[in-house]
Design a binder for this molecule. Structure first.
Ligand code: NAI
Length: 493
């Protein structure tokens, strides 16, 4: 704590650099800046205590300061152990008007390279306010929401289940943290769950978790699915990835992508951006899919569609984008080419069988630099021959960010302009739920299309795009209002 502000960041000295980058980002985030202007002096979030769990980047810094400009009090943690940009975290603690000695910003608990224990500690600190708890959650991937829900569930039951051998490391650490707080018997999570008016969720994986909770009748508060705003998933997930995937691969490895065979697992929004990104560099891209519709889209877009098993001997780069688990198993890794690159850009690291890789008999890990590891298989397995005949080493593969989302682990995630779309929806959703929570049941909602169109318009204007205006007659003919919305809800874009 300094000047009354609690924080846990890598280095407050980095605040000045962070502030410079935030200033540049503000210009690239016209949606957020327009919302600041629109709500200046209205302060729709006055009284809001927002607990946020979302990659602590420069772009997120502009989001946080927008929430503050709208009147909110905020506490923040990152939703991933590798994604924090330490200079952005420092600048947010110091604030635009503070100094390192006298910070005046927002409590942040995040640094690049947290352990799992530290990660959950940060998440808990972010949810722990002096006095009253948070009344809003802003989530990315659903970890903060899960902590409140599981905490409430275990407090009601009076016990935390013990981990068994199938429990992942991450969940084991999570259960340890909850054991301590449930034993303390303060009813902490139940109180937080009761005090929260709603959550706004950023990503596909978090949204899936919310729909599961709602279907089971277990959702403790209403939720807005921000991901499925068109101006979020059809832009951030796609064009954001198109930018940040190769950024991560390049910063991690600097291997020439052109001419190589790159496999993209999954051809949803993220997969489409990933494939385009790699093709843009001249890679020969192959797609794997389980859904015939997305598979056919990939084929029509000119990619080969194959099963992973059948492309392992030729793949130079394999990227998972599915949001599913166990997509690349250790058996697959053992069959990859020497020094092939493996990375995941979906939300959780369980897309890759990292646990299986660590347990592989005779495997050796060589850390090349932060977030880049070479995993050396023992000689004799499939793949390339050993480096020399006296060595017990076989071929190796290069794994980025330990299987966690590599665009944020190896690079700096999506650029500001596309995040301005996503975060404008976040801010609108926060205002909506904070001010009108009584009108919402404990279910998952989406923002109205009109607001989506508004977010798009702001960004189109910033790019100098000219929008054609409907005549009254044309509008009647296609049965829409001259001012929109221009599409039905089932339109797919
Ligand atoms: P999506 O649902 O549009 O796409 C996922 C695709 O994977 C689907 O088409 C599905 O049929 C396919 N799939 C599922 N299991 C598969 C398997 N075993 N093999 C091959 N394909 C399989 O989801 P979206 O929006 O593309 O998101 C994907 C993941 O990326 C999510 O975890 C999401 O949270 C995350 N995400 C990450 C971002 C980042 O910056 N790294 C940005 C946005 C989303």
């Amino acid at each position: 704590t300094r000047n009354g502000i609690e924080f846990a960041v890598a280095d407050l000295e980095a605040a000045e650099f962070g502030r410079k980058e935030i200033r540049l980002a503000e210009h690239e985030m016209p949606g957020l800046m327009a919302l600041r202007r629109e709500y200046a002096e209205v302060y729709p979030l006055r009284g809001a205590r927002v607990s946020g769990s979302l990659h602590m980047t420069v772009q997120t810094a502009v989001l946080i300061e927008t929430l503050v400009a709208l009147g909110a009090e905020v506490r923040w943690a990152s939703c991933n152990i590798f994604s924090t940009q330490d200079h952005a975290a420092a600048a947010i603690v110091v604030g635009p008007h503070g100094t390192i000695e006298e910070p005046k910003g927002v409590p942040v608990f995040a640094w690049k390279g947290e352990s799992l224990e530290e990660y959950w500690w940060c998440t808990e600190r972010m949810l722990t306010w002096d006095g009253e708890g948070p009344n809003m959650i802003l989530d990315d991937g659903g970890d903060a929401t899960m902590l409140v829900h599981k905490g409430t569930e275990f407090e009601k039951a009076g016990v935390v289940p013990s981990p068994d051998e199938d429990t992942s490391d991450e969940f084991r650490v999570f259960l340890q943290l909850l054991s301590a707080s449930v034993e303390a018997d303060t009813g902490k999570w139940t109180k937080i769950g009761e005090g929260v008016r709603g959550v706004t969720e950023e990503t596909t994986t978090g949204v899936l978790r919310l729909y599961q909770l709602a279907a089971a009748g277990e959702l403790l508060f209403p939720a807005i699915n921000v991901n499925d705003a068109v101006t979020k998933s059809k832009f951030d997930n796609r064009y954001g990835i198109r930018h940040s995937l190769i950024d991560g691969i390049n910063r991690g490895t600097d291997v020439l992508i052109g001419g190589k065979v790159a496999v993209v697992c999954g051809y949803g929004d993220v997969g489409k951006g990933a494939a385009e990104s790699l093709r843009g560099q001249g890679a020969r891209v192959i797609v794997t899919e389980i859904d015939p519709i997305c598979a056919l889209q990939a084929a029509m877009d000119g990619y080969q569609v194959k099963k992973l098993e059948n492309v392992l001997p030729e793949a130079d780069i394999i990227i998972t984008t599915t949001g599913n688990k166990d997509v690349v198993l250790v058996e697959h890794m053992a069959r990859m080419k020497h020094q092939a690159i493996l990375g995941n850009i979906g939300h959780f690291d369980n897309e890759l069988d990292m646990a299986g890789l660590q347990r592989y008999p005779g495997i050796r890990r060589i850390n090349i630099k932060p977030q880049v590891d070479e995993w050396v298989f023992p000689a004799g397995g499939p793949g390339a021959a050993p480096r020399d005949e006296h060595s017990s080493d076989g071929k190796s593969i290069i794994v980025l960010s330990e299987g966690r989302l590599l665009n944020l682990g190896n690079a700096t995630g999506h650029p500001s302009f596309v995040m301005s779309n996503s975060f404008s929806n976040q801010v609108i959703a926060q205002v909506e739920l904070f001010t009108k929570y009584e009108e919402y049941d404990k279910e998952v909602f989406r923002l109205p299309k009109k607001l989506d169109e508004k977010v798009a318009k702001i960004h189109l204007d910033a790019l100098g795009g000219e929008l054609t205006k409907l005549t009254k007659e044309q509008a009647e003919y296609i049965d829409v209002d001259v001012e929109g919305p221009f599409k039905t809800d089932h339109y797919r874009y």
